[in-house]
Write a protein that binds this ligand. Structure first.
Ligand SMILES: [Zn+2]
Length: 503
């Protein structure tokens, strides 16, 4: 088979398998065989890389509108004049380019001193994404609030400064003279309520609301979310420091991540402003990664419904009646969803576009072992993670993104025969590692979901420095940064004091 047609048939099979995994709700976080806590590489990133990846993640997020599939990645090209390299899952547009120019000039402007000054830009471009993140955070806060009394009953709090670091302004605002009398459990309960009530207010704002009020309400959400995010209780639950509520670790990790995603529009932007003013006071040139030839980008048509796909995934063993019945019970939408998404437009994901653009083949001076960060507007998917791992292993490089959500995306395109791919039988060995990794995960998933079928198939066969970041900030930096948030929060909460006092 010619290499191109081989790539296309591999792409079709991969998209079909990813679609099955996706409909089985597979993710490395939720499946029982997945290692919890392995989805972020925070612990293994060096200090410099950690700062840079935070900045790059924030740039990618500040460009993300919230339209489905609107995913960005960013990296610094340090090979000549320092340049910001950007990529998108879809083709970049003139509007995207205007947004980068606007953002880059805004963050170094003398009139810009804090994230609050960038809110008008962010709400004009990213409002849908901000709303999405708030909604997801709200859902997790609600879930976390259920049974919180049980957790607090067993919790042994330390001093208020250890429990709720950098919260002096918040406590002064919420409790005034009584700030030293409120217990830690009471403050945690109040915080959860304050976030919920402020989000309710945010959701009730409409077209008639002034932009300043919208931004102010968002500040109030961030002001309270930051206190909860830094809390020792949340940290203890995430790290499971001998604390008995082990079952809540996953939930606490999810809450911390959701809080951080909302706060990124304030904390992350504050860091970005600091970094840009310090390192690029005269601005920074940027470029977009253009189209890449010869990849698996195409439109895949899935034929034969999900039963045919399951049969192929099961090594052409016809699924038993019991196996066919199971997805109908467990995933009742499956047939309908499969038909709705039978035409899949595959795209090389943004982080891989950047890696291919920046990595020079066999460059002796490229410092291969050095960590090379790529920022993303969302955590990397299952295939990007598998591909980057395989690429690093094959080429001795150290490319990394800030983490993976471990979910399959059927629209993921094989990068194919890029310039220095090691080829085996006409196929890139790095691509092959993804194909094998997905096949392995699909087999494991089917085994877990349909144990009876496994037996059938087996028989048949016998014939995968934070830059002034908040956690390490002094109270002084936190106070400076909190000023805008606190004054907004004060105004917002004064208007809804009746609702807040009831809790
Ligand atoms: Zn991806």
């Amino acid at each position: 088979m010619a290499p191109r047609s081989k790539l296309m048939s591999a792409q079709e099979r991969l998209s079909e398998q990813l679609q099955l995994l996706s409909q089985f709700k597979y993710s490395d976080l939720d499946m029982p065989y997945a290692g919890v806590g392995q989805h972020s590489n925070k612990a293994t990133r060096s200090l410099d890389t950690k700062d840079i990846i935070r900045i790059l993640d924030t740039i990618a997020v500040a460009l993300t509108t919230g339209v489905a599939g609107d995913v960005y990645a960013a990296a610094f090209d340090t090979r000549g004049r320092l340049t910001l390299v950007l990529a998108k899952n879809e083709r970049s547009t003139a509007d995207d380019d205007r947004a980068v120019r606007h953002l880059c000039s805004l963050i170094i402007s003398p009139q810009t001193s804090a994230a609050r000054d960038v809110f008008p830009f962010l709400f004009a471009r990213c409002r849908a994404n901000i709303q999405k993140r708030i909604a997801k955070m709200e859902a997790v806060v609600k879930g976390f609030s259920v049974g919180i009394d049980e957790v607090l009953k067993d919790y042994k709090p330390k001093s208020i400064d250890e429990e709720l670091p950098l919260s002096t302004d918040y406590r002064a605002l919420r409790y005034g003279d009584k700030r030293d009398e409120v217990s830690v459990p009471q403050m945690i309960r109040d915080l959860l309520e304050v976030i919920k009530v402020t989000v309710d207010l945010f959701n009730s704002l409409d077209q008639s609301t002034s932009q300043d009020d919208v931004h102010g309400t968002f500040s109030a959400i961030v002001f309270s979310a930051l206190v909860l995010k830094r809390s020792r209780l949340l940290r203890s639950l995430c790290e499971f420091q001998g604390f008995i509520h082990r079952g809540r670790t996953l939930e606490a990790e999810r809450l911390k991540r959701r809080l951080a995603k909302v706060c990124q529009y304030s904390e992350g932007i504050d860091d970005l402003i600091f970094y840009a003013k310090h390192y690029f006071p005269a601005g920074i040139p940027h470029c977009w990664v253009g189209p890449i030839e010869g990849t698996g980008e195409t439109t895949v048509q899935l034929y034969g419904g999900y039963i045919g796909a399951m049969k192929r995934a099961l090594n052409n063993v016809t699924p038993s009646q019991k196996t066919l019945h199971a997805p109908r019970g467990r995933f009742p939408e499956m047939g309908e969803e499969w038909n709705r998404s039978s035409s899949i437009k595959t795209r090389v994901h943004a982080e891989i576009r950047i890696l291919l653009h920046l990595d020079t083949p066999f460059d002796e001076n490229s410092g291969h072992s050095q960590q090379q960060p790529i920022g993303c507007s969302k955590r990397s998917c299952l295939c990007c993670t598998l591909w980057i791992w395989a690429y690093n292993k094959k080429h001795g490089t150290n490319w990394l993104t800030s983490g993976s959500h471990g979910k399959p995306d059927s629209a993921w395109a094989l990068p194919g025969p890029y310039a220095h791919a090691w080829m085996k039988d006409g196929q890139s060995e790095v691509d092959e590692a993804v194909i094998d990794g997905v096949q392995e995960r699909l087999t494991q998933t089917i085994d877990l979901l349909f144990p009876m079928q496994r037996r059938l198939s087996d028989e048949h066969r016998s014939s995968g420095s934070e830059l002034g970041g908040s956690d390490s900030d002094g109270e002084k930096v936190a106070k400076e940064r909190n000023q805008n948030l606190a004054s907004d929060a004060n105004r917002v909460w004064a208007n809804i004091s009746g609702k807040l006092k009831r809790h």
